[in-house]
Design a protein around this ligand. Structure first.
Ligand SMILES: NC(=O)c1ccc[n+]([C@@H]2O[C@H](COP(=O)([O-])OP(=O)(O)OC[C@H]3O[C@@H](n4cnc5c(N)ncnc54)[C@H](OP(=O)(O)O)[C@@H]3O)[C@@H](O)[C@H]2O)c1
Length: 437
């Protein structure tokens, strides 16, 4: 079991991939022949690379840091320096694989899509490349056309089911839980339609700005960075039909998705961020009103919002049921991040009164229970395990990616307004549920 990570010295590898691999290793979920070939451009010795990942694992790994385990883990890592755009470097990489008797492996492209073409070309210099798997990170190309090109090139090298398109949101505990909540409760399963549901709200809010990723973000923006992939994944899982073929069920929703209204914003001071164009009109906030034009969802508005530099960080879904006569709506909240849980608001008779209604809540915080936190793998841990076991459920399909990308590319973008933590306009009244935890 060998994993080669292109871009091992980058932010994604340091904050997410190596901490996830450390967790998997600590839990004895790898074979004895487990190896990580960590590729970077920097000239580093093995020891220097290990010193680079150590503090990141201390800070970001879910499991507490253990010096002995880390030492064992480090012995499975090989730092390999190369220039991705230099063809001869792939010939040398092939020799390295022979020397270390590495035959079957998974390549992880933790790189900007600008490098995908060079790496794919370089793959052809590696022996028995078709036997391997490849994982690619979003964005899967700089445009829809580029994605098609990259996918076609990959398909010429790898069998289709060896290509894994990452959307790490699919590895999040509560996003997987949406299906259980929907399909394993008669209460929700039978009322999950336009007759019973008034609207759905999906929020992914961040308190941070672009941090050190200004160059990438300025060419992407909130629509491409968050809506196109993560939020459309959530939306399609929330609204798809129950099926053994989840990718197909999600695809059917995307085919019927209509984006009705769009609002964009940019946080104050964004243009002064490092590597951001001083005249940038890139949106750091996006709000969308969508409809799904099928029988189940006719006329049910689905609202999506996401943005940076807002008052708080959270990802939540709120399903608002239709109000019966004068009584308040039932609300179901699925909390995805930072706390994980489920909240249900419903109506009872006010104790002691004859005709009065009282709204009460059931509030389940899953991540407040320590054992749940310990037992819940991080998204990237789940994704690695899936690949190691040749499973595809937690990955996106290329058809989904393509359709989502063209939906977003076809939006007529309004000029973004400027905001300071609070959004001045809205397409709906966003439900905000206070929690005591
Ligand atoms: N960061 C995240 O949280 C995150 C989340 C989801 C998706 N992504 C996506 O994942 C990709 C990587 O993101 P990142 O934030 O990790 O980027 P990053 O910090 O800029 O890292 C880029 C990596 O590419 C390597 N590299 C660049 N040019 C190279 C060359 N010519 N030869 C060899 N290696 C080269 C760098 O090596 P050196 O450092 O040695 O120069 C570094 O390891 C991007 O497409 C990003 O959008 C990132």
């Amino acid at each position: 079991m060998t994993l080669t990570i292109f871009g091992s010295t980058g932010d994604l590898s340091l904050r997410k991939l190596f901490p996830a691999l450390y967790n998997i290793y600590s839990l004895n979920k790898v074979n004895d022949d487990f190896k990580v070939v960590a590729i970077g451009r920097k000239a580093l010795t093995h020891q220097e690379f290990i010193e680079m990942i150590k503090p990141k694992i201390c800070e970001y790994a879910r499991l507490s840091f253990d010096e002995d385990i880390f030492k064992d883990f480090s012995a499975h890592i090989f730092y390999y320096q190369m220039n991705l755009t230099e063809e001869s470097d792939y010939t040398n990489l092939n020799i390295f694989y022979h020397e270390h008797q590495i035959k079957d492996q998974t390549f992880y492209l933790a790189l900007s899509p600008l490098f995908f073409h060079s790496v794919i070309k370089g793959f052809k210099k590696l022996d028995h490349i078709e036997r391997n798997n490849v994982i690619i990170e979003k964005p899967f190309g700089i445009s829809t056309l580029d994605m098609i090109d990259i996918n076609q090139k990959l398909m010429k090298i790898f069998p289709k089911d060896h290509i894994y398109y990452i959307d790490h949101y699919l590895g999040k505990e509560m996003i997987q839980n949406i299906k259980t909540i929907r399909f394993k409760n008669a209460l929700f399963k039978n009322s999950w339609n336009h007759e019973m549901i008034d609207s759905i709200q999906i929020s992914a809010l961040e308190a941070d700005g672009v941090l050190n990723r200004g160059a990438y973000y300025d060419s992407s923006g909130a629509l491409k960075d968050m809506v196109q992939n993560h939020l459309l994944q959530i939306l399609t899982i929330l609204t798809m039909e129950e099926s053994n073929n989840q990718h197909e069920a999600q695809l059917q929703i995307l085919k019927k998705l209509r984006i009705d209204q769009v609002l964009l914003g940019q946080y104050e001071g964004y243009r002064n961020e490092k590597d951001v164009d001083e005249h940038s009109t890139t949106e750091t906030y996006a709000e969308l009103k969508c409809f799904i034009d099928n029988e189940r969802w006719q006329n049910v508005p689905i609202y999506i919002r996401t943005g940076k530099k807002l008052k708080r960080r959270e990802i939540v879904v709120i399903v608002k049921f239709k109000a019966l006569e004068e009584s308040p709506s039932n609300l179901l909240e699925i909390r995805i991040q930072p706390t994980e849980g489920v909240y249900l608001q419903f109506n009872i008779k006010k104790p002691g009164a004859k005709d009065q209604i009282e709204t009460v809540q059931m509030d389940f915080c899953q991540s407040c229970v320590e054992i749940n936190r310990i037992n819940t793998p991080e998204a990237y841990e789940r994704l690695f395990e899936e690949v190691f076991h040749h499973q595809r459920e937690y990955f996106s399909s290329f058809e989904q990616i393509l359709l989502s990308s063209s939906l977003i590319e076809n939006i007529q973008k309004p000029m973004p307004f400027i905001y300071d933590k609070t959004i001045p306009y809205s397409l709906t009244e966003w439900v905000e549920i206070p929690h005591s935890y």
